[in-house]
Design a protein around this ligand. Sequence first.
Ligand code: GRG
Length: 296
Amino acid sequence: MTAGRDPADRDLSHWIAARRAEIDALLEARLPSSAGAVGAVGAVDPGRLGEAIRYSLLASGKRLRPLLALAAAEATGARLDDDAVRLACASVELVHCYSLIHDDLPAMDDDDFRRGQPSNHKVFGEATAILAGDALLTLAFEWLAEAGARSGRPADFLRAVRALARGGGMEGMVRGQARDLGEAPPVTLEGLERLHREKTAALFRAALEVGAAAGAADDATTGALARFGECYGVAFQHADDLDDADHPGHAAAARRRLGELLDEAVDRVREHLGDRAARLVALADELRRRSAGATA
Ligand code: GRG
């Protein structure tokens, strides 16, 4: 995400930079500290687990999911300087980061680099990387529970717990990952988008639902925000695929669908939130612009 030229772009860039700095500060402050090596006798040095968690989480992620959660919270009337709201929105980044660490493992996608640095297991070993992911996943729900307790309206945050568990779990990302690892690659656009919806978009959808819960949104508004997240997530994955498209026809199809999905995302939130959807609309437009620059 880069600074744009017109005032609306500049406003979005400032908003993103400010919110990202707040998320980074919260993550830095709230993470388990790095206890330092204690001299392991086995595959895991317990003293380095905190270091492994910080290594991946504090690396240069875009913080897109918590940003979208905050935009949804803002659109539904939450105060973004409220600690409970911030903690809840940041929890989505913990689930995302766990999924990246686990995805990079040799048993999964087997990647040596992530976020511009050697992947977690390359530095800390596989057992520690698995445990760092486990710790991040569980910490996300600890933060949501704490947010609920602090907020004085725990029922809203219980909805966030359910949304994040569903989006990150068997109804979403975990199922998508299983499908991706275990099934033949999809040959139809429909099959491809089902995979994108589960593996990538379910967590974006959950991010919007967490924001909606933090803003005490009603069911209809939550539904519109959830759909925004799903459309945005599938579009995001199409944009990511454009970088690797090896056939002009595939790139054209992905670009067309990306536009359609973002149109739907924008329509849904405008319908329910009117002008209050402006930030979400700007974030959708930013993805549209960014992907227009990707390989045709
Ligand atoms: C391990 C259950 C489990 C799931 C893994 C996240 C994931 C599922 C796989 C990672 C590989 C991949 C291509 C995911 C699609 C989504 C995607 C492009 C993730 C990267 O998200 P960004 O660009 O990353 O927001 P940063 O580092 O900026 O946060």
